[in-house]
Design a protein around this ligand. Structure first.
Ligand code: HEC
Ligand code: HEC
Ligand code: HEC
Ligand code: HEC
Ligand code: HEC
Length: 469
């Protein structure tokens, strides 16, 4: 009896009429029938994760500076199949070169996400694969596929899961216990993890549309209502070397960024909410209120120790001469420099990472502590009477000569990585300098606002000294 069951299990584990596991691990195999999924994924940071030159440079340098202690730590998330298959081990991780990997092991592949059997940890990639021929997804009644077995798995279904599949890779805890990436943790603390208002990682990052999900001649598939989930995953990072779908990715980034962070207000002075937008109050207090909008976590999130988000504020006289300015970061430099020298009031959002001696840290393996108090947090409640309802932040400046001000402009800027980190990687011989000018400074349309003396306090701003927008 035992033997008979064992035999049956072995059969179930490997069906001969489907493609082999080896063949299924290659994303090009999926291209045949899921061309649209493939196209979108190919331009995503998931596909780029092993090719990202900054990743390669940091891994190489980290290996050197830790005497190899880093091992497969980084590659386990950026090219997980290469580690699972044993191609990359602690012994050769220092020479990591994506060009030596087969497509099956390069980046975060289709097979990796679609073969997850269980999630064992909420950080550092605790995903365990079945290593079988079954592709798991959110489709309950898939038609037969000649390539693979299919299975509906709640872990994959964005409307029912608890973000644990994505989350396990999106939170990083260093060996010294410092939680340097906390997107999943932030989500769990926020309102979108609550049953009544649940929106998971995929709810926001994999927009569904109607459509066929497998498209090849001979397949009897029909269009599924909201059956196709976007696989582009845009947010902040873009490919820094020639890569598929670069234009689409750049467009996707602007589309998700624009409505997600803004200079907000004005709001009535009720409850605990402060007035909004740009305000100029006696005796020369200039404030700018900004907020995250519809974010399931902080802003910035993830690599928040690398992100640089800052507010540029300029107050002008009637003749356009400048009365006051903060956050005017010269091209090619980081806001950190201004903050430490001539502009201590600069409003900057990023994780302040420090080494054990308290000086700024730029690399994972140097980080001893992280101060995450300077991030915009996501919503924790929808109850307007709850003090936690307001998660905005207000930049505040003293401008003694405020009576001269006729116009104030404020705008938020975002850079994926500091120049200092990039230059340091170039200096150590790990990064091609040509990469640096390819990294773009981003902004958000909503995070741009103008205050005019002539219109302040009018319309919605009545009763305040704020701009009416
Ligand atoms: C020969 C065609 C073919 C190939 C090749 C193929 N698939 Fe599929 N796949 C299908 C069909 C057909 C369906 C079912 C579509 C339907 O029911 O609308 C499907 C469904 C799926 C599902 C949904 C499963 C569920 O129940 O939620 C996933 C996930 C999937 N495929 C992933 C992949 C991946 C990853 C690859 C590459 C390793 C791949 N497929 C290769 C034809 C194919
Ligand atoms: C980062 C993880 C991840 C990667 C990489 C990934 N997928 Fe998916 N995919 C998902 C998730 C999650 C769903 C289910 C979404 C839902 O139902 O809420 C999904 C759904 C699907 C489906 C079912 C139809 C649909 O759109 O819901 C197909 C088919 C599919 N993916 C194919 C692919 C192919 C082919 C690739 C590679 C070219 C790929 N996926 C790469 C996470 C991933
Ligand atoms: C194997 C680990 C892994 C899994 C599983 C995973 N991700 Fe990622 N994700 C990454 C890595 C690594 C990057 C960054 C790659 C790079 O930029 O070098 C990334 C990038 C992203 C980005 C782009 C971030 C940016 O700033 O541009 C988004 C959005 C994202 N992932 C969402 C998701 C969602 C949603 C899921 C679940 C459906 C998911 N990820 C599953 C590892 C993972
Ligand atoms: C309520 C919608 C929502 C939910 C839920 C959500 N996100 Fe996001 N996320 C966004 C938006 C909007 C942005 C865009 C801002 C931007 O471009 O950075 C973003 C940005 C990101 C970024 C880039 C952050 C950065 O600053 O580098 C990552 C990575 C990410 N999300 C992953 C996740 C993961 C993983 C989950 C689940 C644990 C998740 N998101 C849940 C809306 C959401
Ligand atoms: C637990 C999984 C995980 C591990 C381990 C990991 N990463 Fe990442 N990495 C991610 C995710 C997720 C993102 C996307 C975060 C975001 O967009 O905010 C990312 C983004 C990046 C980026 C692009 C964004 C940035 O910070 O500039 C680089 C470069 C990078 N990682 C390098 C590394 C290096 C080097 C290591 C090892 C020292 C490492 N990663 C370890 C998951 C991981």
């Amino acid at each position: 009896m035992r033997l008979w069951i064992a035999g049956l299990l072995a059969l179930a584990a490997c069906s001969d009429d489907k493609y082999s596991v080896e063949r299924l691990q290659d994303p090009n195999t999926c291209l045949d029938c899921h061309a649209q999924h493939y196209k979108e994924w190919s331009g995503s940071m998931h596909a780029y994760a092993a090719d990202d030159p900054v990743f390669i440079a940091m891994n190489r340098r980290g290996q050197r500076e830790t005497g190899g202690e880093l091992g497969t730590f980084c590659i386990n998330c950026h090219a997980p199949m290469a580690v699972l298959n044993g191609t990359i081990t602690a012994d050769n991780a220092a020479d990591f070169d994506p060009n030596k990997l087969s497509p099956a092991e390069r980046g975060i592949t289709c097979y990796f996400c679609h073969n997850v059997e269980k999630v064992t940890k909420d950080h550092n990639n605790g995903l365990v694969l079945a290593m079988d021929q079954t592709m798991r997804g959110g489709v309950k009644n898939p038609v037969d596929s000649p390539a693979h077995d299919s299975a509906y798995d709640p872990l994959m279904k964005g409307t029912v899961n608890n973000s644990e599949m994505c989350g396990s890779c999106h939170d990083i805890v260093l060996p010294n216990g410092v939680a340097i990436e906390r997107t999943f943790k932030e989500w769990k603390q926020g309102v979108f993890s609550k049953p009544d208002s649940k929106l998971t990682c995929s709810s926001c990052h994999m927009k569904p549309t109607d459509g066929v999900i497998a498209d090849r001649e001979g397949l009897s598939v029909v269009s599924r209502p909201l059956g196709f989930h976007e696989h582009t995953f845009p947010a902040i990072d873009q490919a820094l070397t020639p890569w598929p779908e670069m234009e689409a990715q750049a467009k996707g980034i602007q589309e998700i960024l624009d409505p997600s962070v803004g200079i907000i207000g004005p709001k009535p002075r009720t409850g605990t909410r402060s007035p909004g937008g740009i305000c100029l109050d006696q005796p020369g207090i200039l404030t700018v209120r900004i907020d995250s909008l519809n974010l399931g976590h902080s802003f910035p999130s993830g690599s928040a120790f690398d992100r640089r988000v800052w507010l540029e504020v300029t107050a002008y006289r009637a003749d356009d001469s400048i009365v006051f300015q903060s956050g005017k970061v010269p091209a090619g430099t980081d806001p950190d420099e201004l903050l430490a020298t001539t502009d201590p009031r600069l409003f900057g959002l990023w994780d302040r990472a420090t080494k054990s001696d308290g000086t700024p840290a730029h690399f994972f393996w140097e980080i001893a502590a992280v101060d995450s108090s300077k991030l915009l947090t996501g919503s924790v409640t929808f109850d307007q009477n709850d003090p936690a309802f307001d998660h905005s932040m207000t930049a505040r400046y003293n401008v003694p000569s405020f009576t001269e001000i006729e116009r104030i402009e404020a705008q938020l800027f975002i850079r994926p990585l500091p120049y200092k980190t990039l230059h340091s990687l170039v200096q150590s011989g790990d990064l091609d300098p040509a990469v640096i000018p390819r990294m773009k400074t981003l902004t958000s349309e909503f995070a741009k606002s103008t205050w005019l003396k002539s219109t302040a306090g009018t319309g919605l701003a009545a009763g305040t000294n704020c701009n009416p927008e």
